[in-house]
Design a protein around this ligand. Structure first.
Ligand code: PFF
Length: 440
């Protein structure tokens, strides 16, 4: 079905935009501290297993829905039947997107501050206590709110450019840049005294560390990192052409996203060990520990600046994709123009992200930042993931999934059957277990 819907104009555009969505704070900020606090190698092993066993088939399920219907959510849940019963799963996705935008924009805004501070060499000869105090006082004030709003305005500019001239063009430039910066860091990491220790920590699984908590965190991280369970990939695939091979693209995205997470580990852990720090610092690892480490390195100011540019590039392309879920929803369902939809969403997000940002200061008792993060990542994304798998596995007509995944993608029928088996049984069961365990 080729409606008049706009499409990405090239293969590179499809990969750059979708990988741009997947690669974000989740890979460079969240993955290292999750791996660091959950035992390194054991976490990585579970993570990789989940990405390829459950993640890739779930990406295929979202792609199937998006391209077959050529609308975002909740419209994609209406294809092939008349009832609106499934709309609720779509609305969960919209709500998840709104909540994620609220807290994601805040951390993305911090990266701007840290770029400027790196350029000004502000971390030179600071102690961990000074950096901690500095970070705490920065995130609790209005300056952080200012950066968040600026980030949202940049995001809005890209969205206003549209799918091809905005999202695709920016991703085509930023994604190669991101990989170049990553490679430069890896080469530098190789020469660090703590390289071997860092690599052993990341790649040598210590199975005694494999607890239920580690397994749960690994699945949650896989979902967040692959942008699954909230309609993001449904929305992007509604812009794919009929020639885009869905299964191959799903594998490519999973591979590149995992590669970036691993490279982030290869960059961060050797640095952490080289300077005698602990990898289990938690969420402040990137903002408090790394600037200190950079300053002990030759050319530290350049590395520090490059690192926070890397982080802001990664955040921007992800933030764009979360926003596009809502922009597409407002355009598809309410026929709003792209300009109106973008302005409405940006105005709304300025309010929610300001509240999230102030959760570190005057609104500490409300702590919306943590509530938004918890509800979207742990509840809505998991429910959305289960919903997508059940919809594609049980509700969608088989001829549609066969057409999208087998005929157009050109994969052998056994692979199609395997993917559908996972979508129907394995994925919903595994995700449900995680969901219940997470709630307990
Ligand atoms: N995958 C992004 C990251 O790893 O930072 C976060 C994200 C983007 C989650 C888009 C959900 C989404 F729809």
């Amino acid at each position: 079905m080729s409606t008049g819907r706009v499409q990405f104009s090239s293969k590179l555009g499809v990969i750059a935009a979708t990988v741009g969505s997947a690669v974000g704070l989740g890979n460079i900020w969240r993955f290292p501290y999750e791996a660091g606090t959950h035992g390194g190698g054991a976490f990585l092993l579970c993570y990789i297993l989940f990405v390829f066993l459950i993640g890739v088939p779930t990406i295929c399920a979202e792609f199937t829905m998006g391209r077959a219907s050529r609308v975002g959510i909740p419209g994609a849940f209406r294809q092939g039947h008349k009832s609106r019963k499934w709309d609720v799963v779509g609305y969960f996705g919209i709500l998840a997107a709104i909540l994620i935008l609220g807290f994601y924009a805040v951390v993305a805004g911090w990266t701007f501050e840290y770029i400027i501070e790196s350029v000004l060499n502000a971390f030179k000869e600071t102690t961990p206590e000074v950096r901690h105090e500095h970070f705490e006082s920065f995130i609790s004030g209005w300056r952080a709110v200012g950066w968040t709003i600026l980030f949202l305005l940049v995001n809005a500019l890209v969205l206003l450019g549209g799918v091809q001239k905005g999202i695709e063009r920016v991703s085509n430039i930023l994604m190669p840049l991101l990989f170049i910066i990553l490679i430069a860091f890896c080469i530098n990491s190789f020469f660090m005294p703590g390289f071997d220790q860092g690599i052993t920590f990341l790649f040598h699984p210590d199975f005694s560390k494999l607890t239920p908590d580690v397994i749960l965190s690994a699945l949650g991280q896989a979902f967040f990192s692959l942008s699954l369970g909230m309609g993001c990939l449904i929305t992007y695939s509604s812009y794919f052409s009929d020639r885009t091979p869905l299964v191959k693209t799903a594998f490519q995205i999973a591979f590149l996203d995992t590669l970036v997470a691993i490279l982030a580990g290869v960059i961060i852990f050797p640095a952490v060990f080289s300077f005698g720090m602990s990898p289990a610092e938690g969420p402040t690892l990137v903002f408090e520990v790394l600037p200190g480490i950079f300053n002990l390195m030759p050319g530290g100011m350049v590395w520090s600046t490059l690192f926070f540019i890397l982080l802001s590039v990664a955040s921007l392309t992800s933030l764009i994709s979360v926003s596009e879920i809502v922009v597409a929803f407002l355009s598809d369902e309410f026929k709003l123009s792209r300009i109106k939809a973008t302005m409405l969403l940006t105005a709304f997000t300025v309010v929610t992200s300001t509240l999230c940002s102030l959760s570190f200061g005057p609104l500490r008792s409300l702590n919306l930042f943590n509530i938004f993060d918890y509800v979207s990542s742990n509840i809505l994304m998991t429910l959305g993931g289960i919903g997508v798998c059940i919809f594609v596995g049980w509700k969608m007509r088989k001829c549609d999934s066969l057409e999208e995944l087998h005929n157009k993608a050109g994969i052998p029928i056994w692979l199609y059957n395997t993917i559908m088996f996972i979508i129907k049984y394995l994925a919903p069961i595994c995700i449900t277990i995680v969901f219940i365990a997470g709630l307990i």
